[in-house]
Design a protein around this ligand. Structure first.
Ligand SMILES: [Zn+2]
Ligand SMILES: [Zn+2]
Length: 257
């Protein structure tokens, strides 16, 4: 068997909270023996304001990836992507992006309830968990996204699993299986834990009970670094993410291509 090592969730300086340019991550991936890397910085969005790369930086971003593809041709396969929020009224924009990219990474840091934007990092009630899950289900059903980043982000503030948490997990994992969206085990939740606590009782994400639900569905599962510094591409958090999936007996794919 040819061993593929890949990472499909990779940032760079353009988002304003990461270090390094595209080439720095590509070099790190080659150094770590990776055969594929997907560059997926936070996407600019029309109409909605988020603190990330501006629309005027998009061409430069894509140009830098193309340049790296030329320069490292034969050494590593590089894919073009963006991590992006889902808003129903932007579907034309996502379709336009899909023409320029190899895949789109759905990252819901925001969800929408009755037309109002809510912060996925501040989910405190059962109702919010379900609303987050329903928003993700709607996004997946658009079939515009190949991977759903940190689908268990809704648990980041919660210490205990509940009936609603379980229901939310089923909504998300069922939609992933039905739409062929790959679910991501995200090492950045582990990385954030390691800063404060070497042996946390639980990770911010991945959240064990969520992935036990995921196991019951026939959806693809991938582990990603979500690195915001080149040296984090294959760090201790990434090792722990692989260990997490092994211990739960999850079948993790290395590549989506
Ligand atoms: Zn980020
Ligand atoms: Zn990310």
């Amino acid at each position: 068997m040819i061993s593929v090592r890949a990472n499909f969730h990779t940032h760079n300086y353009r988002c304003g909270h990461a270090e390094g340019d595209v080439e720095d991550y590509v070099k790190e991936a080659i150094k770590e023996g990776y055969s594929e890397i997907g560059i997926s910085d936070h996407s600019p969005l029309p109409k909605y304001h988020f603190d990330r790369m501006g629309m005027n930086e998009l061409e430069g971003y894509l140009g830098e990836i193309r340049e790296a593809q030329r320069k490292y041709n034969g050494k590593i396969t590089i894919y073009k992507s963006l991590e992006i929020e889902y808003f129903e009224d932007l579907e034309d924009y996502y379709r336009e992006l899909a023409q320029k990219l190899d895949y789109l990474l759905l990252g819901l840091h925001t969800y929408v309830v009755n037309g109002k934007l809510r912060d996925s990092w501040i989910i405190n009630t059962d109702e919010d968990m379900i609303n987050y899950a329903l928003h993700m289900e709607k996004a997946m059903k658009s079939k515009l996204f190949q991977i759903a980043a940190h689908p268990d982000l809704y648990m980041s503030r919660r210490m205990t699993w509940s009936r609603a948490a379980e229901d939310a997990a089923h909504i998300i994992c069922r939609a992933a299986a039905e739409t062929g969206t790959v679910l991501e085990i995200n090492a950045n939740g582990i990385r954030k834990n390691l800063i404060y606590d070497k042996n946390p009782r639980r990770y911010m994400y991945p959240y064990k009970e969520f992935w036990e639900v995921a196991k019951q569905y026939n959806a693809g599962i991938i582990a990603s670094s979500d690195c915001h510094e080149p040296e984090s591409l294959n760090d201790e958090a990434m090792e722990l993410a692989r260990k997490f999936s092994e211990e739960l007996g999850l079948k993790v794919i290395e590549t989506i291509f």
